[in-house]
Design a binder for this molecule. Structure first.
Ligand SMILES: Nc1ncnc2c1ncn2[C@@H]1O[C@H](COP(=O)(O)OP(=O)(O)OP(=O)(O)O)[C@@H](O)[C@H]1O
Length: 600
């Protein structure tokens, strides 16, 4: 059965949760405020009628003062109710926005880590923050305005019959024309145009961001004209859409809308001129004039209400786009949690006939991969770029779930292990490990929150970070990233390794990260690796073959398949892909040594 899409307001009220009642209270107060705001006009009309009836003996008009006070009281009451309503809708809006942020973050926490590859954390946060803020205006102001305006129209319909239905109709007609022209601008096929216009605006913003981000590269490669082209194209596309929308779609209905919004008298004055002779003949001209005065003043409220509806409509559109952006976060796939979790026996890692295809990819990143890493063994994954090394390593901590086959840790399918327990089993060191902008001590504690200072220090020393601690002004307590305490890539890598040592997990997944380190750092990182990997199962993604010579097993991955498997000695002698890679590697090393000698 096709599921009916929830309206934007219903979706927002879902997020409001227990504050939904506050929203309804706010809306009810706004409606009551709108009704009260009409009362002074009625009082003034009543007072004017009294005066005209007794003219020119003004002192005979006994109720004028009473009506005056009533007008004052209802005006004040209207203002008080309006503010009380706004307070409720604002409170509800802020709480709803907070709920959106909380639910978004909670949902994202359940997503597999691989999802963050395509959805950078800054982008997710920005998307949630901006979208939550965009919904605030709708809940805090626009909904109340819409409810208030609907109340006004219903009240107007009633008043039409109370005073003079013909002049009431004239006022209402202006409002109807104004609203119809508004729908013509925003509804039907123009809604699609509006969506295209907004999409063009989004593309322009993105292109602008890309342009600013790419300025360093642009400068290096002297690409100014070309790099500007995409941005310029996006601006031109946007301006063409904006011009088309404004000139061809909006001009006529907007002119009508403005005419009738600002000039609600358009029908009222001709109606009055048409009715005046009849009233004069019937001897009720005085009453007719007061009725006309009432509707003339009343038109002013209609103009204000219509202007509010215009803002409310654009607020609705903004909120609708915001909800779309929120759903891209809320639709993130959640990691399945086993109902009856099992506990891994030991640090054994096993791939059984594993295949995996990324979402949207047309070919598998891994095909029928099977291997075992016994506890304490080091298994190296090598092979050409794009062969599937990182993908294979990512499947162990469930960054992604396999498409077919099984990945087992300690004899248990990773999908049957509680994700927290699984994470406790694995220390993962990325190629570009991120450190938090806090002290080195706290960075270490990210792996083990209850670690003592001595434990963190011992891990840092094991990871060869002694020289880093010595040169920093406050040692372990130095905040990373503050003035003067920027660390090189190699130094950050060693602190990340200390973190992994502190985690003390039976399995270590290492994305070998010495490629960009200077020789001194590389030697220290290698030492830290040795400490980290002692007695653990190690799955190592190796980019430099020198680091895999001592591995217990080397798997050569090419186009997602294991094409060779064995020790360095066996593979180097086998004359296959590994032997070729090894020969190329040695040649590169010799070339490097040769060029260094020449330089001396
Ligand atoms: N997030 C992703 N979405 C879609 N395809 C991906 C994603 N990550 C990797 N791939 C594709 O999967 C294949 C395997 O990539 P993977 O990163 O595992 O290779 P690799 O052997 O680690 O490469 P490298 O040595 O360059 O790091 C490649 O074809 C790559 O383009």
């Amino acid at each position: 059965m096709k599921q009916k899409k929830k309206s934007d307001v219903a979706a927002l009220l879902d997020y409001a949760g227990s504050h939904r009642g506050l929203t309804f209270l706010g809306l009810a107060l706004s409606a009551a405020a709108m009704l009260l705001s009409m009362a002074p006009y009625i009082c003034i009309w009543l007072a004017a009628r009294d005066l005209i009836e007794v003219a020119p003996d003004w002192t005979a008009a006994r109720s004028v003062t009473r009506y005056g006070w009533m007008a004052f009281a209802t005006a004040v009451g209207g203002i008080v109710l309006y503010f009380a309503g706004l307070m409720c809708t604002h409170l509800a809006a802020f709480r709803t926005a907070a709920n959106i942020r909380k639910r978004g973050v909670a949902h994202v926490m359940e997503a597999p880590l691989g999802w963050f590859d395509a959805n950078a954390s800054g982008l997710i946060r920005g998307r949630l923050d901006a979208a939550a803020a965009d919904t605030e205006t709708l809940l805090a102001h626009n909904l109340a305005d819409i409810v208030g305006t609907i109340t006004l129209f219903v009240a107007m319909l009633a008043l039409m019959f109370v005073f003079d239905w013909r002049m009431g109709c004239a006022c209402l007609l202006a409002a109807v024309v104004s609203i119809l022209s508004m729908f013509a601008m925003m509804g039907g096929k123009n809604a699609q145009l509006m969506a295209e216009y907004q999409a063009a605006q989004d593309r322009m913003t993105k292109a602008g961001t890309e342009y600013v981000r790419g300025i360093p590269v642009v400068k290096i490669f002297q690409q100014t004209v070309w790099s500007f082209k995409a941005f310029q194209q996006a601006i031109e596309e946007y301006s063409a859409k904006a011009e088309h929308y404004q000139a061809d779609v909006c001009r006529v209905p907007q002119s009508i809308n403005l005419t009738f919004t600002e000039g609600a008298f358009v029908f009222l004055v001709p109606a009055a001129l048409f009715l005046a002779p009849g009233a004069l003949a019937a001897g009720s001209f005085a009453g007719f004039v007061t009725d006309f005065a009432f509707y003339a003043v009343f038109s002013a409220i209609i103009s204000t209400a219509l202007a509010r509806i215009m803002f409310a409509a654009s607020g609705m559109m903004l909120a609708s786009t915001a909800l779309g952006r929120i759903s891209t976060v809320m639709d993130a796939p959640a990691l399945t949690i086993p109902e009856h979790p099992r506990t891994p026996r030991d640090g054994r890692v096993e791939f059984e006939d594993v295949s995996f295809t990324y979402d949207g990819a047309d070919r598998p990143a891994l095909s029928h991969v099977s291997f075992t890493a016994e506890p304490g063994q080091t298994v190296a994954l090598v092979g050409p770029s794009g062969g599937g090394k990182t993908t294979a390593a990512s499947l162990i901590p469930r960054f992604w779930d396999v498409s077919s086959g099984a990945v087992r840790v300690g004899g248990v399918d990773v999908r049957e292990v509680d994700p927290h327990v699984l994470m406790d089993q694995i220390a993962f060191v990325f190629q570009n490990s991120r450190l938090f902008k806090t002290s080195i001590l706290e960075n270490g504690r990210a792996a083990k929150p209850d670690a003592s200072r001595d434990e963190v220090r011992a891990a840092l020393m094991a990871a060869q970070c002694g020289d880093i601690l010595e040169k920093l002004p406050q040692g372990m307590d130095t905040l990373i990233g503050t003035e003067g305490t920027y660390l090189s890539g190699g130094e950050q890598q060693r602190i990340a390794l200390a973190r992994a040592i502190l985690k003390d997990a039976p399995i270590v997944v290492l994305d070998e990260a010495t490629a960009f380190a200077d020789p001194e750092n590389e030697a220290l990182i290698q030492k830290a690796f040795t400490k980290l990997t002692q007695g653990r199962t190690v799955i190592m993604i190796a980019h430099r073959l020198s680091t895999v010579v001592g591995a217990d097993k080397i798997l050569v991955l090419d186009e997602g398949r294991i094409v060779e498997e064995g020790t360095h000695k066996e593979l180097a002698a086998a004359g296959g892909l590994y032997a070729k890679m090894w020969a190329d590697y040695n040649q590169a090393v010799q070339w490097k040594i040769g060029s260094e000698k020449e330089a001396v």
